[in-house]
Write a protein that binds this ligand. Structure first.
Ligand code: SF4
Ligand code: FES
Length: 271
């Protein structure tokens, strides 16, 4: 009954680890009715990344295979895709560590966003939600003469959130996003936390009002998919939790921030 599974021979080169089979979800909306899977055999060394394999396929086998990439160093976030069922960056994922027993890897586009072609998705809603939270810093009118001063605790709190590369892996792993495209989403809420907690920003109260709305922090069901998906090991769920607490005492937080800013703006005394 299960002959079709056991009769399939794993090719010698794949057994030896010199080659891999890359299964890619293909879809060209201009000609295809629905997505389908296509397999390619690629050469592999211990250093080959998933992105290297995609490049090999595109340059040597089928130039129509379409994907996004830019930096190849896990910095730009453009190569995020669904690899073996979870979201990751193709450029920092070793191919040899992503293969199943038959030497295969399966690559699909990020979920919950319309496919433009093959592995490229339309990220319009991702960026629209991001813009909703005003992701830029809005400094106060009375900027200190010298630098803004921050306590080590504040630097520590902001440091992690600062390393987000806007890859969208968290957004596309979030079940709430799958059901509701109006939800602000983990990427934007993490950025909102970063700005709200930053003593250089002048509108923490307004920021908390935005995330306190219908499609803000209370939509998060604390499923933790965003944490598992993040290639930078960030914790959007914790940032959302913090924003929830701050939103509940928004006025007190605003006042405390103003008082704190006065201290931060005091000139540094010479020892
Ligand atoms: S939080 Fe992580 S997964 Fe989400 S956009 Fe930033 S880097 Fe990507
Ligand atoms: S190509 Fe830039 S993060 Fe992968």
């Amino acid at each position: 009954m299960f002959d079709f599974i056991f009769k399939r021979e794993t090719p010698e080169a794949i057994k030896k680890g010199n080659k891999a089979i890359v299964r890619i979800q293909r879809f060209n909306p201009e000609v295809d009715e629905k997505p389908y899977m296509e397999e390619f055999e690629v050469p592999m060394t211990p250093d080959t990344t998933v992105l290297d394999a995609l490049h090999h396929i595109k340059t040597e086998q089928d130039g129509s295979v379409t994907f996004r990439r830019s930096c190849r160093h896990a910095i730009c976030g453009s190569c995020a895709m669904n690899i073996n069922g979870s979201n990751d960056l193709a450029c920092h994922r070793p191919l040899s560590e992503s293969l199943d027993y038959h030497g295969k890897i399966t690559i699909k586009p990020l979920p919950f966003q319309p496919i433009i072609k093959d592995l490229v998705v339309d990220r319009t809603t991702f960026w629209a939600q991001y813009m909703k939270i005003k992701p830029w810093l809005i400094p106060p009118d009375d900027i200190p003469e010298k630098e803004f001063r921050m306590s080590p605790e504040e630097v520590e709190a902001l440091h992690n959130a600062e390393t987000c590369i806007m890859c969208g892996a968290c957004y596309s792993s979030c079940q709430v996003v799958g059901l509701n495209k109006e939800y602000i989403g983990p990427h934007a809420l993490l950025k909102s936390f970063l700005r709200t907690a930053d003593p250089r920003d002048s509108i923490p109260g307004e920021r908390l009002e935005i995330v306190d709305g219908d499609n803000g922090v209370y939509r998060c069901h604390t499923i933790f998919n965003c944490i598992d998906a993040c290639p930078k090991n960030l914790n959007p769920t914790e940032a959302i939790e913090t924003l929830r607490k701050l939103a509940q005492k928004r006025l007190a937080y605003e006042e405390a921030r103003e008082e704190r800013q006065k201290t931060l703006n005091e000139p540094i005394r010479e020892a």
